[in-house]
Design a protein around this ligand. Sequence first.
Ligand code: KG4
Ligand code: ZN
Length: 340
Amino acid sequence: MNKEVLILGIESTCDETSAALLRGGRELVTNVIYSQIEEHKKYHGVVPELASRAHAAKIATVVAEALGDSPLDYVAFASGPGLPGGLVVGRVAAETLAQLKRVPLIGVNHLEGHLFACDFEGNEVKNRLQFPLVALVVSGGHTELWYVKGYGNYKVLGRTRDDAAGEAFDKVAKLLGLAYPGGPQVSKQALAGRRDAIAFPRPLLPGTWDFSFSGIKTAVSYYLRDHQPVNVPDVCASFEQAMVETLVTKTLQAARKYKVKHIAVGGGVAANTLLREQMQAQAAQAGIETHFVDRKLSSDNAAMIALAAYKKLEYAKRTGSSLRADITIDPNKKVRSWGK
Ligand code: KG4
Ligand code: ZN
């Protein structure tokens, strides 16, 4: 493939409006991110209507800033999963630009983006991921465990049945009166607390690869109801330990079951230091290498969309598959793979 191919990626699935330019599938030229955190802060979570309006207000300038006066070969956008309003804004911006510039459009799965974000080292693509691997995609909207043989060949092993892990962090932060987004705030408080102070549940759901975090959140709310005044650092440390232990245990169980030597972790919660330390340490004991996304690209961004689009392009050239198809993992099917 032409090594200097230029792809403009657009991301607008949740509360970041972002556009990025990727050259030759290896060099991130720009990655402009407008974060809506200030809009959503006072509600302690993403308000879909406000998110749609903010995407609509920012998308044109974000795209213009990322593209500058560069030429362009493809436009890529995150076609789902995400909030409907944001998805529409991203799609319309991408289709308009593609038609104006007369270049093809590539639809990319947002979660695939989080996974392939692990390939970046700074602004360079290093292809760090080695297959087969087990992937944990863990963010404010999603918590999923996949078995991955390569680009385009995924098996969704399990996903959360209720709250995403990041959502649980955000909700617990709200219960404690901490700011949004809750993950970093809870982690900060946890540094001064004892991880074994309170025995919050570890919902392992044996026999499935699914997650369920609403019970931990409810256990925290009952604890707060019954133990005022509480030691906030102890609550945060014990909650964080319960969350991390659950994520690490299930990911490692899957890695052993599928006999992989590599684990990849992407998504906003992948920035969590305790998760990084405990996953790394326990995987290493089992002879498994862990690849965490760079913290700078853990939250939503268009660099990961542009890179996933580049992978899709390579894959399409190899297999003759479609670029336009909106590949969204079917929520009604446990297992979905394509490419074989
Ligand atoms: O990937 P992301 O930007 O958005 C979605 O695609 O959902 O993830 C945002 C989520 C928020 O819920 C935030 O609280 C969480 O990631 N998060 C963290 C940390 N940093 C961000 N959770 C735990 N520990 C962190 N250090
Ligand atoms: Zn995301």
